[in-house]
Design a protein around this ligand. Structure first.
Ligand SMILES: [Zn+2]
Length: 162
């Protein structure tokens, strides 16, 4: 009996130990590695059982929709905002993944360039790390908006190849 054979019985060992063949049970009793593995899995499962998904605020959807409407209707300020709005809210749904990628690249490259310029002469107010985190956060928001837009599309039309 080898450790590899135990792997195919892991689920049974965890949930229905009585149904596991005797040789497997014997191996687990003797093999410290397998015992540790099982203990780890048990504690993971215990954690997952205890975890509860946070409840969404009942106003979350309403606020999100309102914000999206605001974003759509407000005149974008600069070139970059206009570009991102165009990429985000255009009807070319099939281009969105590409648009998101382009936007991400633009944010990363732009952020790096900006950090390079401002760090050249005077010390920057915020560190490059903070800016990176901010641009990551921006990206995250972009993706969230894309997701919610995709969901809107799903509601409106028949299920597609997605
Ligand atoms: Zn083992």
């Amino acid at each position: 009996m080898t450790c590899r054979k135990i792997e195919s019985n892991v689920a049974d060992l965890l949930f229905e130990p009585d149904t596991v063949p005797a040789p497997v049970q014997a191996h687990v009793k003797e093999c410290a590695d397998c015992r540790r593995e099982l203990a780890d899995l048990r504690s993971t499962i215990k954690l997952m059982d205890a975890w509860q998904a946070p409840e969404l605020s009942p106003f979350f959807d309403t606020r999100l929709q309102a914000r999206l409407r605001e974003e759509r209707n407000s005149p974008p300020a600069g070139f970059f905002e206009r570009l991102s709005a165009r990429l985000l809210f255009n009807s070319n749904a099939h281009l969105r993944p590409i648009a998101a990628t382009a936007l991400t690249v633009a944010l990363v490259v732009g952020g790096a360039t900006y950090a390079g310029f401002s760090g050249w002469r005077q010390p920057p107010q915020t560190s490059a790390t903070v800016r990176d985190l901010q641009s990551l956060d921006n990206n995250h928001q972009v993706f969230q908006q894309l997701d919610s837009l995709d969901q809107d599309d799903d509601d409106d039309s028949a299920p597609s190849a997605n």
